[in-house]
Design a protein around this ligand. Structure first.
Ligand code: HEC
Length: 143
């Protein structure tokens, strides 16, 4: 008796659609590797809550598009939100019942800098870029 081989193709097809959609949905194309890696790290680690389009999910996670923290010249709050996580705060005047998980120890300082730069330059945001050294300084408690 012949058994049919389990087909895993549909799963890959879905992934391809997901990735295809994310870059086809108006996300900027980058010349630099750092920005491209920031985008793919964002999709992997942040988009489930903050969404691919950066608009967040009401009741779950705030929008990063137009966020004061993301567009502020001084990036310390942005860096610390990602390194240390946040809970019980307000974002854009709204209280979110869930917590923002900490990413220190999950991602390297350089990866966090890449994600932050992606957020600061996407969806119409215009925050000053950060360096990996700034993330490392915040990580070690220097600011
Ligand atoms: C489990 C859902 C979840 C994931 C995953 C997540 N966040 Fe958040 N994030 C939140 C919540 C909830 C808040 C608001 C917390 C609060 O106000 O206390 C938040 C807040 C933020 C803020 C502050 C926004 C503001 O305007 O104050 C930034 C910046 C941020 N997240 C970036 C990220 C980045 C970068 C990643 C991926 C590395 C990420 N988040 C992953 C849920 C999430």
């Amino acid at each position: 008796m012949r058994t049919r081989q389990t087909r895993s193709i549909p799963i890959y097809a879905c992934l391809a659609v997901l990735v295809g959609t994310s870059s086809g949905a108006g996300a900027p194309l980058y010349a630099s590797d750092a920005a491209a890696s920031g985008q793919s790290l964002y999709i992997t680690h942040c988009s489930a809550c903050h969404q691919i389009n950066g608009e967040g999910l009401p009741g779950v996670a705030p929008p990063l598009k137009g966020s004061g923290v993301v567009n502020k010249d001084d990036p310390s709050k942005h860096i610390h939100a990602v390194l240390d996580g946040m809970s019980g705060g307000t974002a854009g005047g709204v209280v979110y019942p869930g917590a923002m998980p900490p990413f220190a120890g999950v991602l390297s300082d350089a990866e966090i800098a890449d994600i932050i730069d992606f957020e600061r330059s996407s969806w119409g945001n215009h925050g000053k870029p950060v360096t990996s050294a700034q993330v490392t300084a915040a990580h070690s408690g220097a600011n």
